[in-house]
Write a protein that binds this ligand. Structure first.
Ligand SMILES: [Zn+2]
Length: 96
């Protein structure tokens, strides 16, 4: 039974880590969330779900549209093609 106390937060932490990667978080941030969930799941799991929803979705289904429209830069609002590391217009870091 004690194994379960270790296993459940472990699975939750792993899920949070991979889910955060899918939602465009950096590896460091995903790890922080995973560690938080592992040690205090009751606190961090709801917190993560709330924080995640506020994050603008980085098109989870890029091939669902026939012609993918250019993405608008988060900082300057000008469109760019593909997923460059830096905005070609203002040079801001587009990877969080
Ligand atoms: Zn920009």
């Amino acid at each position: 039974m004690k194994l379960l106390l270790f296993f459940v937060p472990m699975v939750a932490a792993l899920w949070v880590f991979f889910d955060s990667q899918k939602h465009g978080y950096s590896i460091g941030k995903g790890l922080l969330w995973a560690i938080g969930v592992f040690f205090a799941m009751i606190v961090f799991l709801p917190l993560y779900l709330v924080a995640r929803r506020r994050k603008p979705q980085t098109s989870p289904f890029p091939s669902s549209r026939q012609d993918s429209p250019p993405t608008a830069c988060f900082y300057c609002g000008r469109p760019y093609e593909g997923s460059p590391k830096l905005c070609p217009h203002c040079g801001q870091n587009l990877k969080f």
